[in-house]
Design a protein around this ligand. Structure first.
Ligand SMILES: O=C(O)c1ccccc1NCC(=O)[C@H](O)[C@H](O)COP(=O)(O)O
Length: 256
C-alpha cells in the first residue's frame, strides 16, 4: 500500500458524506486568473502553500493562522495561494480555504485529492479558483471527466504528474497548466531531476509548467526555471522559514 492508496481510501469515505444541497456558498470574488498572473510576470511565479502537516514531515505548523499567513503571501507577491484542505493526512480544512478566500484577492488553489465532481463543487463554493487533479489518483476516463467538469465551472486546473507515463496521459488533455511533482509518493524522496526529465516532454510553449515540492534553495528554483518552469509550488520551506520575506525574494528569480 502506498500513501496515495491510504489517502484515496479516506477520500472515498469523505466524498460519500458530501451532499451538494448542503453547501453554503460564499460570495464570489473576481480575481485575476493564475494564467494571467503568470503571463504578466517576468519573475518566477510562486504558489505559496498553507501546509499544517504532511505525511512526509509530520507536524509542520498546526497552529498557523491561515488569514495572517495568506495576507503575508499576497503582500510578498505570491502569484497564487495553495491551501491544503485534506484533514486526515495534512490537517487542513475547507474552513481554511474559505478564510483565505475572504482575506486575499489572488487566485487560490484547492490542494486536495479530487476523485469526484462533488469535491469540485465544494471547492468552488468555498472560493477556490484552481483545483488540483493528480493523474496518479485517477483513471484516464475520470481525469477527462473531472477536467471537463472543472472547466465548465470556469475553474483553472493544475494537472499533476510524477513520471513519464502520467505526463503522456496529462498531455492528452492539452492542459494549460501542468504541475510536475518532484516528490516520489512511495519513498517521499525529492528530486528536481523529475522536473528536468518531464518538462522536456512538453512541446507546447504556452503550457505553464509548475515545479512542485522540495524547493529549498535559490539554486533549486533556478534549476526548475532552466528546465522550463514558470512557476513553483512551495510549502514546507515557507512554513518553516525564519525570514519569510527573504526566502520569498530569493525564490523570485528572473524569468527573462
Ligand atoms: O508533502 C507530502 O508529504 C505529500 C505526501 C503525499 C502526497 C502529497 C504530499 N504533498 C502535497 C504536495 O504536493 C506538497 O505539499 C507541495 O508540492 C509542496 O511541497 P513542499 O514545498 O515540499 O512542502
Amino acid at each position: 500500500m502506498t500513501i496515495l492508496n491510504d489517502i484515496l481510501t479516506e477520500k472515498k469515505m469523505e466524498v460519500s458524506k458530501l451532499k451538494k444541497d448542503s453547501f453554503i456558498k460564499g460570495p464570489e470574488k473576481k480575481v485575476p486568473t493564475f494564467k494571467e498572473r503568470v503571463q504578466q510576470s517576468s519573475h518566477m511565479n510562486i504558489i505559496a502553500e498553507i501546509k499544517r502537516a504532511s505525511p512526509s514531515k509530520g507536524e509542520i505548523d498546526l497552529g498557523v493562522d491561515p488569514i495572517v499567513r495568506a495576507k503575508q503571501y499576497e503582500q510578498l507577491g505570491a502569484a497564487a495561494i495553495s491551501v491544503l484542505t485534506d484533514e486526515p493526512f495534512f490537517k487542513g480544512s475547507m474552513d481554511d480555504l474559505r478564510l483565505v478566500r475572504e482575506a486575499v484577492d489572488i487566485p487560490i488553489l484547492c490542494k486536495d485529492f479530487i476523485i469526484d465532481p462533488i469535491q469540485i463543487d465544494f471547492a468552488k463554493a468555498n472560493g477556490a479558483n484552481i483545483i488540483l487533479l493528480i493523474v496518479a489518483a485517477l483513471s484516464q476516463e475520470e481525469l477527462v471527466e473531472l477536467y471537463q467538469y472543472a472547466k465548465e465551472l470556469n475553474l483553472e486546473v493544475l494537472i499533476e504528474v510524477h513520471n513519464e507515463e502520467e505526463m503522456k496521459r496529462a498531455l492528452g488533455l492539452n492542459p494549460e497548466i501542468i504541475g510536475i511533482n518532484n516528490r516520489n509518493l512511495k519513498s517521499f524522496d525529492v528530486s528536481l531531476a523529475t522536473t528536468e526529465k518531464l518538462a522536456a516532454m512538453i512541446s507546447n510553449a504556452d503550457t505553464i509548467i509548475v515545479s512542485e515540492s522540495g524547493m529549498k534553495t535559490k539554486a533549486n528554483v533556478e534549476l526548475a526555471r532552466d528546465a522550463g518552469a514558470k512557476a513553483i509550488l512551495v510549502g514546507e520551506t515557507f512554513m518553516l522559514a525564519e525570514d519569510l520575506a527573504k526566502k520569498f525574494q530569493e525564490f523570485q528569480v528572473d524569468l527573462t
